[in-house]
Ligand binder design. Structure first.
Ligand SMILES: Cc1cc2nc3c(=O)[nH]c(=O)nc-3n(C[C@H](O)[C@H](O)[C@H](O)COP(=O)(O)O)c2cc1C
Length: 216
């Protein structure tokens, strides 16, 4: 089957893109509401795109009636947000935070997430999350009915048990984030495996990276 995206209505593009581009990691994004309480919403139009500068990206749509979501309004007003990564222990709370609550609802409190303070941004993070990233807006790209937010990561909080003894790599038996597939389907990363380049390709790669004058 072929799908011409230049002709397809946006809802069909959404269905096809999110059905096939997955699993998508989930950012539970917490922000500070104008009244001071915590707003939280899951976003699976999310990923990391760079470490220098350290940039994560969110894609935030408007509501069906065209109004901006609370998350987006708070990000614009404060310039800050927190990305909380989600594992199975946080799955039920995450899905509750995805309910379209009124702006005066503290979604951490409603979903039973304990809030912890941040160091560099004026928003709260989820205490139980394996990893929380404090972010400041790097830029916002506005489109009709959506915005793409580039956030610079200022600080990362990692739960101690998620890292190996050297504190360098995740302990894959502990850190098993969930991710979104199509529609209401999710996957947990509990079946990890290693995939190595064939060893005979190492010499080839080294030659490619050698200074040009050394190459014949
Ligand atoms: C797993 C999951 C992923 C979601 N991803 C996005 C997303 O990437 N962008 C978006 O605009 N809404 C996304 N949503 C919907 C928002 O979380 C939902 O509209 C929420 O009510 C917005 O809350 P707010 O008004 O407090 O910002 C997602 C929902 C779920 C459950």
């Amino acid at each position: 089957m072929q799908f011409d995206f230049t002709q397809l209505p946006p809802a069909d593009r959404y269905r096809l893109l999110t059905n096939f581009i997955g699993p998508r990691p989930i950012a539970l994004v917490s922000t500070r509401a104008e009244a001071g309480h915590t707003n939280a919403a899951p976003m699976s139009f999310f990923n990391v795109f760079s470490q220098d500068p350290p940039i994560v990206i969110l894609g935030i749509q408007t509501r069906p009636d065209g109004r901006e979501k609370d998350t987006m309004g708070n990000i614009r007003r404060t310039g800050e947000f927190v990305v909380n990564m989600v594992d199975m222990d946080m799955a039920d709370a995450m899905i509750l935070c995805g309910v379209n609550f009124a702006p005066d609802v503290d979604e951490f409190a409603f979903s039973g997430i304990e809030a912890a303070s941040c160091r560099q941004v004026n928003a709260m993070r989820a205490r139980g999350t394996p990893c929380a990233m404090e972010c400041r807006i790097e830029r916002i790209i506005d489109y009709p009915n959506r915005a793409i937010v580039l956030g610079e990561v200022l600080e990362m909080h990692v739960r101690d048990d998620c890292l190996d003894a050297q504190g360098r790599y995740v302990d894959s038996a502990v850190y098993q984030p969930i991710a979104r597939l199509h529609a209401d389907n999710y996957i947990v990363s509990d079946r990890q495996f290693q995939l190595l380049k064939p060893s005979e390709m190492h010499a080839y790669e080294a030659a490619q990276l050698a200074p040009a004058q050394g190459r014949k």
